[in-house]
Design a protein around this ligand. Structure first.
Ligand code: MYA
Length: 246
């Protein structure tokens, strides 16, 4: 059975989730993953990192429950409940299914992990969950910054903040028009974020112009009283071929 699956799937390029399917790559045996890998791909259940874990503090849980309570829960065969928000699941691999990559080595392909989801210890780095407004004009992220993200003593590294802003605005842009790439990111750091704290990252679609999506973003304390960071980002909608050409 595994050999049959390999034959069927090996014949048809990339299965990258959320991307438009590219043209089938030329058929050659080296592009067909071993049968065992295919079986693992099909039957292993991926962990959804946006669900609560034991490291989530009180504030992280409170806000998760607040937005989750206003979100549609996707259940097979059931209609949407018409709520305003939707929680976006988050996995640590997108290359898992990318059998069509022309420049990716097998090692890179099997070991690649999403930057923000690659630290095993719960709570050590990026703990976050994103909710998108159904009309897609807004995204909100509840982010708890772990101890490995230190920059200035006791506070979050600016690069980690930039990473989260890119992730939130990038996920927002992808939900509107996948796949996209960040073309420009401008950040004003206004007040430091204490390590271990939970903050809100809000992303708003300002306008679209052809392939370009202009998004603004702010990072605030959870009660909104403190502005930590402001940003603007430009995303450009691309073809899958753009990613594959390297
Ligand atoms: C639900 C979804 C789940 C998703 C989960 C995801 C989770 C993770 C999310 C994490 C997310 C992480 C995301 C990441 O980390 S993405 C990684 C970081 N970004 C990159 O590496 C991008 C590198 N750059 C490029 O590949 C190309 O330059 C791109 C693709 C951007 C455009 O090259 P392309 O050949 O395609 O297009 P074009 O050159 O004809 O330009 C097109 C238009 O854009 C305008 N333009 C271009 N650049 C700029 C600029 N700098 N400022 C102002 N404007 C700019 C340009 O003038 C033109 O305008 P117009 O003449 O048409 O008016």
């Amino acid at each position: 059975m595994a050999r049959n699956l390999a034959r069927i799937l090996g014949g048809c390029g990339s299965l990258v989730p959320f991307m438009k399917t590219p043209a089938c790559p030329p058929r050659n045996s080296s592009s067909i993953p071993p049968a065992r890998t295919l079986v693992q791909m099909l039957f292993s259940k991926s962990r959804d990192f946006s669900l609560p874990n034991s490291s989530w503090g009180e504030e992280m849980m409170r806000l998760y429950e607040f937005y989750n309570g206003q979100s549609d829960v996707e259940t097979e065969g059931e209609e949407n409940q018409g709520r305003e928000w939707k929680r976006l699941p988050s996995y640590n691999r997108s290359l898992k299914y990318a059998t069509g990559g022309v420049y990716l080595s097998k090692i890179i392909q099997s070991k690649a992990r999403l930057f923000t989801r690659n630290i095993r210890e719960p709570g050590a780095a990026f703990e976050y969950v994103l909710f998108i407004n159904k009309e897609k004009e807004r995204c909100v992220c509840v982010f708890q910054a772990g101890h490995l993200l230190e920059g200035p003593p006791g506070h979050v590294h600016g690069g980690a903040i930039a990473t989260m802003i890119d992730t939130v605005t990038g996920t927002h842009a992808s939900a509107i028009s996948a796949p996209v790439m960040t073309a420009n990111l401008n950040i004003d750091y206004r007040s430091p974020i204490p390590l271990g704290s939970t903050v809100l990252i809000e992303s708003t679609l300002e306008k679209t112009e052809g392939r370009k999506l202009y998004i603004s973003c702010k990072v605030t304390s959870t009660d909104g009283s403190k502005r930590h960071t402001d940003a603007t980002a430009l995303f450009v909608s691309i073809s899958v071929a753009h990613l594959l050409k390297g």
